[in-house]
Design a protein around this ligand. Sequence first.
Ligand code: ZN
Length: 478
Amino acid sequence: MSKKYITSAIPYVNAKPHIGHAMDYLLADIWARYQAGQGNEVRYSAGTDEHGTKVEQKAREADAEPQAYVDELHKSFTSMVGHLNVSVTDFVRTTDTNHQRRVQEIWRKLDKAGLIYKDTYEGWYCVGCEGFVTETEAKNMNYTCTSHQKPLERLSEENYYLRVSKFTDEIRRFNETAIVPAFRGREILDLIKDGAQDVSISRPKEKLSWGIAVPDDDSQVMYVWVDALSNYITALGYPDKDWAADFWPADVEVIGKDILRFHSIIWPAILLGLGLKLPKKLLVHGFVNADGVKMSKSIGNVIDPMEIIDQYGAEAFRYFFARHIPTFDDGDFTWQKFLAAYNGELANDLGNLVSRTANMLKRFVGGSTRVSEHFSWDSSSFNQFMADFRFDMALGEVWNLAQHLNQYIDEQKPWEVAKSTVKQSSDITQVMSYLVSGLLEFSKLLTPFLPDTAAKIDQIFGGDSVGEAPILFPKAEK
Ligand SMILES: [Zn+2]
């Protein structure tokens, strides 16, 4: 048994959770549950990023104090974690007093190591993005932010900078080896081919007041990088003396592709500056489109994850997004695809297999759940897919087992075998025990993906005699 640590990105709480957040939670949870099933001690940390000008503005618009505002929004994220049945062990809010205190200590350590310096920056700035763009970028956008449709402002300000450039070699190596899938690491390598750039890590207080104060400088407040990225270690109590150092480095950090560059350039620089090891893997998922089109409020095609969960349950949600959204790439959601998977794969392939096997056990062998020595299933490709983070393919392997068992029933025709003579009565026992063993193996492999369904299958077939078999996935109307 070893200690394993996984994290999912901490969403910015200026809006309600969307499908991308649900993907973060789901992928991390599949891995966490798989590792726990292998007998490992697993910590899984999630959280919410609660500082910044946008949050402050939204709070003011809602006539609320920023803290009261984030207290409300943060609940929608913990609620989603609960509804999705995600096995989070640690949850960091960046407004937690412990987090803030630890982040200030982290800042001091980076400063002491000579990695922070003050400089004046002048450039084109978008208030909506809370960020500067380069001269070339500004020119290409015709000096108007494309996402906010607002003219860029010429701005000069004094900021603290982190010496990211000092770690260019290590950052390159990290992107060559740790990014899953590898092609995303190559995109970052291209981005830093002339070296990694130092990054501004504070803002003057007049521009950003809702944030963690820079130690020993009242005029500056920390920008998102050190504040938010550090959550992955403050969750373990870093840098307190008794922090859970035996869980670091993280085995996997799960993020969406839109925040890769912060996690593969700035985050490694912070960790190297602190003398800490880098995460072993960054698992980067793509976007989920709706009907082939990017979800956006202006198009009005945003799918609310809670709508799917409320109607069809967390297990159906987990199934569709784990299996039918490619783990490594962009995927597509349509209600039609979702319902086809729900009815065809969950209600039919799985639901029928479970209910007809339970019925046949009662009718043909008096409910006996004897297991078979003749059943064996090669799960090596399943385990390889799990090791490679191809969760979609791994779940496909689990379904191959369901198909195999359905086919076994069709070929063996237990109802014919059961027509009794003495010889055949031993045959029907063999056929039925093969199915019991198959379903117990199926339940074991299914656990990381559909933990509740797996537990139900276990309850039905894992006792001395067959249990009540409820309809697992009632057919849905098209
Ligand atoms: Zn903008």
